[in-house]
Structure formats: structure tokens, C-alpha cells
Ligand binder design. Sequence first.
Ligand SMILES: C[S@@+](CC[C@H](N)C(=O)[O-])C[C@H]1O[C@@H](n2cnc3c(N)ncnc32)[C@H](O)[C@@H]1O
Length: 205
Amino acid sequence: MNRIETMLVDSPPRAWLQRSYELPLLERLGARIAGLRVVEIGCGRGAGAELLLQRWGAAHVTAVDLDPVMVQRARRRLARFGSRVDVRVGDACALPVADAAVDAVVDFAVVHHVPVWREAVAEAVRVLRPGGQLVFEEVTRHALQRWSYRTFLEHPKVDRFSAEEFVEALGELGLSLPVPAVTRFFGDFVLGVAVKPAAASPGPL
Ligand SMILES: C[S@@+](CC[C@H](N)C(=O)[O-])C[C@H]1O[C@@H](n2cnc3c(N)ncnc32)[C@H](O)[C@@H]1O
């Protein structure tokens, strides 16, 4: 992220939007993480992880960000949660988590920053247990093509996704969306909750 986006992400309006708009909408779309083990990819300054722990009652959050400066900020913000949180420098495409080890992966506006974004989504699916949720709020190609985004922010320029392409990629990885994803602001954002298929139950003996 460049300095402008870092300022925006660190700002009170962003915190307000996440707390007062995105979380309630994601709840309506089916996000349920109380008492569960969660990975947050691209945690930034830790405001999202704070909400996951405090407001949604996650049992444990592993918060990962590529940027060591963001990780330092997140560690300071989240220190009071003690052993309920583990903040690490790491890549959404190579999470420091075993296969099927967590109940939910949360993506607050991160995957659109990843050049090989399908790898980040596949990695989220790898660490999810069967029946686990991928909770996402993403920024689409429609937004990234706007003058304001192109002029002031820095993102990968090729192979960005529309809302439909993002949802289609989830389907290709075997995820389903019990409640359809929604778009906001003329298709600039897509939000939803995708579920990894539960393990097949053993047939009758
Ligand atoms: C737009 S900010 C969102 C921050 C925070 N999730 C929020 O909603 O306020 C994107 C974040 O993703 C991080 N990021 C970008 N690519 C990443 C990657 N491959 N793995 C982990 N984090 C990444 C950036 O360092 C930045 O903190």
C-alpha cells in the first residue's frame, strides 16, 4: 500500500465503516465466528481483528500481514487480548497455518492487493476446516478502474476481478454461498460468506 492508502486504512472513517456497516452486513450474510478459531489475512493495523475478538467473540485470531510496520501497529493495538491473538508477518498466499486448522478466514479488503489473487483464495480454503467460513469484503475491478483509485492508490494492474468473477472463483474451489454475495456502491465492493463443504459423512455400514 502507498502512504495515502495507509492513511485511509488507518483513519477513523475506515474504522467507523468497518464497525458500523461492514460487520452488521456480514452478519446478515451469515458470518458466525463466536467461540471459533479465525485467521484474518492482511490485518493492517489490527482494527478488524479487534472487532473479531471483541464484538464477534472469536476464541482466537491469527492475524497476518505482509507489511512489518502494520504488524507492529496491530501488535500494539491487540496486546490486551493476550493469548487470544497471534499477529505475524506473513503472506496470504502462504499462511503459517496447518491444513483445515481454522473455522473461519476473514478477508477485509486484501485479496485485491494480491497479484496472484486466486492463490490467496485457494490458501484460505486450504486452512479452513470442512464447514468453515470464508468471510469477505472485497474491492472489484470496477473500483480499481476509477480515476481516484488509479491516481491516488497502488494496486496490481492486471487480472483484477469483477464481483461475479470473484464469486465464480470461490465456486471453482468448491465453496458455496448459502446467502448470495452482495455488491455495494455501483459494484465497487463485493461482500459475502462462503462455506467450505462439510466432510462427506460415512455411508451406512
Ligand atoms: C487495504 S489494506 C486493508 C487492511 C485491513 N484489512 C482493513 O480492512 O482495514 C490491505 C492490507 O493487506 C496487506 N497485504 C497486501 N498483500 C498481502 C499479502 N499477500 N499477504 C498479507 N497481507 C497483504 C497490506 O499490507 C495491507 O495491510
